[in-house]
Design a protein around this ligand. Structure first.
Ligand SMILES: *Cc1c(COP(=O)(O)O)cnc(C)c1O
Length: 365
C-alpha cells in the first residue's frame, strides 16, 4: 500500500472540545462571540466539527478549500473567510463564505457583483490596521468611505461590522487602548450610517489577554480564535498567563526510531553545507548516544518547534525525512522500533496536518 504507520499525528478530540468550551465560556461571560479558526490544523473536519458542536459562533479560515470541506459536510454554522479575498476568488468567496474580512474597495465591488449574480447578500467586516501592519485600512477616511460604499451603494453586500488583527506581523499588543481605538472607528461609521454595527471583532488569540484580564471594553463582541483554543501555548509560554485550564497536548506527533548508535557530536570531515544549504555550527560534546527518527522537516518544518515528551531527549536537527536526537541523557531506554511522542506548536502543527506523509489519527481518551 506504500503507506507507513508512522509518523502519526494523534488528535485528542475530547481535550480539544474541553479547550473550546473553556474559551467560549470565558468569552461568552464577557459578551464576546467566537469564530473558531480552523487553519492551524488544515481544516481537519473532525476538529472543525468539535468547534461547531461545542458552540463556536462561526467556523473561520483563511483558506477557501477548508471552508468548502466544512460546507460540503453540511454543518449548520456560518462560515467566515478571514483572509481578505483575492480578486480571483471573489466568486468562490461568495459561494462558500457567509461573511468575509475586507480591506479593498475594488474587492468589495467584485464581491458585490458576484453576490448579485448568485442572488445572495454577502456580509463583510472591514479590517482596520491599528499598527500591526498586516491587512486593514490605514487612513480612517478611507475606512469610512468604504463603509459608506457598502452601506449605500452595494446591494449585494451587508456591512456587519469592523475588525482588527494584532500580534501577527508587527507583534503589537491588544491593549485596552487599541480596543478603544477600534471602537471609536466603529462609532465614527455608526454616526454616518445611522445604525449600530453588529460586530466589532477585536482580533485573534493575542486579544484573548483582554478576556483573561477581564478588561475587554464592552463594545468588543467578537474574536477569531485559533491557537488559543487548539494549543493554548502562546498565552502561557510567551505571555506568562495562567491558562492551566487548557490542554496543551491536544496534538501528539508520533515518530518511530529507525537507528540507535553511539556517534560523535561533531561531524567528521570537511564542513560544507547541510541538506538545506545552511552551514550550521556543531558543538563537540564527544561521543553521544543518538537516535534517528523516520520523520523530518517535510512533516513539521522546524526541528526546534517539536518538543519531546520524554525527559532527557534533545532534538539536534533534521533533514527532509530524518530527525536526529541526542538520547545520551534520556530517562527511558530507547530502542529501534520505539515510538516517541512530541508536543507541537502552531508553526509545526500547520505542517504536520498538511503533510501527505503524516497519518492523522483521532482519539478521545
Ligand atoms: C489566523 C487568523 C486568526 C486566528 O489567529 P490565532 O492567533 O490562531 O488565534 C484570526 N484572524 C485572522 C485575520 C487570521 O488570519
Amino acid at each position: 500500500m506504500g503507506r507507513s504507520t508512522y509518523p502519526q499525528l494523534e488528535i485528542n478530540l475530547k481535550k480539544l472540545e474541553s479547550n473550546v468550551r473553556e474559551i467560549l465560556a470565558r468569552c461568552g461571560s464577557q459578551g464576546v462571540e467566537v469564530a473558531g479558526v480552523i487553519k492551524g490544523f488544515n481544516g481537519i473536519l473532525e476538529c472543525a466539527e468539535v468547534f461547531a458542536s461545542a458552540g463556536c459562533n462561526f467556523i473561520a479560515s483563511s483558506r477557501l478549500e477548508q471552508l468548502e470541506a466544512v460546507k460540503d459536510a453540511g454543518f449548520d454554522i456560518p462560515l467566515m473567510l478571514i483572509r481578505v479575498p483575492m480578486l480571483t476568488e471573489a466568486a468562490e468567496a461568495v459561494r462558500l463564505a457567509d461573511i468575509s474580512l475586507n480591506s479593498e474597495k475594488e474587492v468589495l465591488r467584485a464581491l458585490n457583483e458576484e453576490a448579485e449574480k448568485q442572488g445572495k447578500v454577502h456580509e463583510v467586516m472591514l479590517m482596520v490596521d491599528l499598527g500591526d501592519l498586516r491587512e486593514g485600512f490605514w487612513e480612517k477616511e478611507e475606512l469610512l468611505d468604504a463603509a459608506l460604499m457598502c452601506e449605500n451603494e452595494l446591494k449585494g453586500i451587508a456591512l456587519s461590522g469592523i475588525g482588527t488583527n494584532l500580534g501577527c506581523y508587527g507583534s503589537v499588543s491588544a491593549t485596552v487602548e487599541k480596543m478603544e481605538e477600534l471602537i471609536s472607528c466603529a462609532e465614527m461609521i455608526e454616526a454616518k450610517i445611522g445604525r449600530e454595527l453588529r460586530y466589532i471583532s477585536g482580533g485573534a488569540t493575542t486579544s484573548l489577554i483582554r478576556i483573561v484580564d477581564g478588561d475587554m471594553p464592552a463594545r468588543i463582541n467578537h474574536l477569531r480564535v485559533g491557537e488559543g483554543i487548539i494549543l493554548g501555548r502562546d498565552l502561557q509560554e510567551l505571555w506568562g498567563y495562567d491558562m492551566s485550564y487548557l490542554h496543551t497536548d491536544v496534538f501528539t506527533l508520533k515518530a518511530e526510531v529507525i537507528e540507535v548508535r553511539d556517534k560523535p557530536s561533531h561531524p567528521v570531515g570537511e564542513i560544507m553545507f547541510d541538506a538545506f544549504g545552511n552551514r550550521p555550527v556543531y558543538e563537540d560534546r564527544g561521543i553521544r548516544r543518538k537516535a534517528l527518527l523516520g520523520v523530518g522537516k517535510l512533516d513539521y518544518a522546524f526541528p526546534d518547534k517539536i518538543y519531546p515528551r520524554d525527559k532527557g531527549i534533545e532534538v539536534l536537527g533534521a533533514s527532509s525525512d530524518h530527525t536526529i536526537l541526542d538520547i545520551e541523557e534520556a530517562e527511558k531506554d530507547i530502542k529501534i522500533g520505539d515510538v516517541l511522542e512530541f508536543d507541537v506548536c502552531y508553526a509545526s502543527l500547520i505542517y504536520a496536518t498538511s503533510s501527505a506523509n503524516v497519518k492523522i489519527v483521532m482519539t478521545s481518551d
